[in-house]
Design a protein around this ligand. Structure first.
Ligand SMILES: NC(=O)c1ccc[n+]([C@@H]2O[C@H](COP(=O)([O-])OP(=O)(O)OC[C@H]3O[C@@H](n4cnc5c(N)ncnc54)[C@H](OP(=O)(O)O)[C@@H]3O)[C@@H](O)[C@H]2O)c1
Length: 221
């Protein structure tokens, strides 16, 4: 994100941030992906950035890719639907049109359907992913999805990279969006871990304080 907390410009073309990701930072991001079992984004991140979510800048295994997409609106030409690279799960709600989900299955994606209207229930999603062997999940974005994880207290660690730039823009997405907290008791309490500077980018790694997390009790598979 920028020094003023923006994760994309107001125009929402997040790829504009990529020139700030030099080779070392890209390797670091891809190393993180290689260390987790799954990488998750919201459908708006797919629409804005069309990311591959694979490991390319270092040696390593591609994680399972998960997209939260209540109505199965993801464009069929999206990079994450190239399933020869890595498997992809599209999490949808009950009203997602069957003809759309059929097309996604034809592309090789797996559909996980949930009994919801718009927001995928994250506790149930994590249970199902756990049964699929996912023990470590990297939530890459965007800000609405990050808020859902924060609100549900389903975050163990937070990785923040501050690039040496200021973007401004009241409509530019910030690190965590959503309706946000109204009282300080609701905010996620963090403990600082690693602090580093790499090529003028400040790298902060936090653990979520124990009394700030509710977590989820996993049912047997
Ligand atoms: N710099 C970075 O590190 C970074 C990383 C990622 C993204 N970005 C930027 O962030 C922006 C996109 O973020 P965004 O906040 O607009 O959208 P987002 O978080 O990527 O996606 C939000 C959408 O996901 C769907 N969704 C389904 N279940 C959900 C749930 N439980 N919680 C939240 N969302 C759920 C909803 O759409 P439906 O109702 O249609 O299903 C929701 O509107 C882009 O501009 C992108 O460039 C930046």
């Amino acid at each position: 994100m920028s020094v003023d907390g923006k994760t994309a410009p107001a125009s929402r073309q997040g790829r504009l941030f990529i020139p700030l990701m030099n080779e070392k930072l890209l390797k670091r991001l891809h190393k993180l992906r290689a260390e987790v079992d799954g990488v998750l984004v919201g459908v708006s991140t797919i629409l804005a950035d069309n990311p591959k979510l694979t490991v390319r800048a270092v040696q390593g295994k591609n994680p399972l890719r998960i997209v939260l997409d209540s109505m199965a609106a993801i464009p069929l030409e999206s990079e994450v639907l190239k399933v020869d690279d890595a498997p992809t799960i599209i999490a949808v709600c009950r009203n997602a049109p069957k003809e759309r989900t059929d097309m996604l299955v034809e592309k090789g994606a797996e559909i996980m359907r949930f009994d919801c209207e718009r927001y995928i229930p994250l506790g149930e999603l994590l249970e199902r992913l756990h049964c699929r062997g996912v023990r470590k999940l990297l939530v890459e974005g965007g800000s609405e999805v990050r808020w859902s994880f924060v609100r549900s207290r389903l975050v163990d660690e937070l990785f923040v990279w501050i690039t040496p730039s200021v973007w401004g823009g009241r409509d530019a997405p910030s690190l965590v969006g959503g309706e946000g907290c109204l009282e300080s008791s609701c905010s996620l309490k963090l403990q600082i871990g690693r602090v580093e500077v790499e090529d003028s980018t400040v790298i902060l790694e936090y653990k979520v304080a124990r009394d700030s997390g509710a977590g989820v009790t996993l049912a047997p598979c």
